[in-house]
Design a protein around this ligand. Sequence first.
Ligand code: UD1
Length: 354
Amino acid sequence: MHILHVVGARPNFMKAAPVLHALRKRSAVQQTLVHTGQHYDANMSDVFFSQLEIPSPDVNLGIGSGSHAQQTAEIMSRFEPIVLERKPDVVLVYGDVNSTVAAALASAKLGIRVGHVEAGLRSFDWSMPEEINRVVTDRLADLLFTPSEDGDRNLVQEGVPAEKIFRVGNVMIDSLVRLLPAAMRCPRNGFPQCYALVTLHRPSNVDDSKTLKSILQSLLEIHQDLAVVFPVHPRTRQRIEEFGLNAGNLHLIGPLPYVEFLALQHGAAVVITDSGGIQEETTYMGVPCLTLRNNTERPVTVSLGTNVIVGQERDKLSLELSKILAGKAKKGTIPPLWDGHAGERIADVLQSQS
Ligand code: UD1
């Protein structure tokens, strides 16, 4: 059986690694890895490959930045000849980035079976590019690997036949479980003892100057009592510079490698974020998480985990933060099947299909 994996952006790498590792141990499985090049900076891509021990891509499409249509179209046209040449049995796509939907669409049109890892998640917010990518990818997929029960429910409600849905658990947590010991050994020189860790890159938070300014002001207020450590995504750095905004004396640093970032999450008093994956990682580690969005496609992190949705309201953020700092943080549990073995379960399903 020949499985062709497609990755492109930072959050894909920790999801693909466990599946690549699990399939490597299986007999009669050939694997091809295609990197679209959506994320191309060494600190957004290469360092993740080395820490997660992902083999070098067999093909790099080198697509780089562009508008959504440009990125998606460019991936499709550069990916199609690769599929025609390599003739995989299944193309596996991950998460909800532009690389995911573009590769799924090109493959489905060639009649190649598509497997979607992290299927079924829904924010029900059609203004998010990732929500469009999730819905379209799931519509195209033949094998839908879900991380939690809400994913199955969403898919069934959309009319996906039950036999296409496989609840396998959370692959991102597989990578976390594997590399948490390395993260615990990671030196944290130069970082404060007690800090809030911040990440921000959603278009809804960073592409509008007023919104981004207001978030930075909230962070500067927090920074008066609790050090704010902020590894800045390239998109956000571009916007801060473009809008001429003041980040004061916040600890702004570049994007971090996976292990170093896990270490910072693990040691944080609180994580303030608009990322999807970080809501899950904090839930697994029991670290309080405040999400600067009005919704989440990962509701188990709220119902079972440590996540609280605070939207863009400054009052709600400071209220929830004060509860955490007063030792009254929400206690969470780890969702079912977030156990470090999701990649193995995906490999089992793929083998049973051959
Ligand atoms: C993408 C995903 C998002 C994911 C995020 C994680 C889509 C629609 N969005 O958003 O779901 O949470 O990745 O990082 O696919 N850039 C660099 N260096 C890089 C990569 C990007 O400077 O290595 C710059 C680009 O020039 C661009 C901006 O960052 O201006 C945005 O990159 P892009 O890949 O379009 O989307 P993200 O915002 O990273």
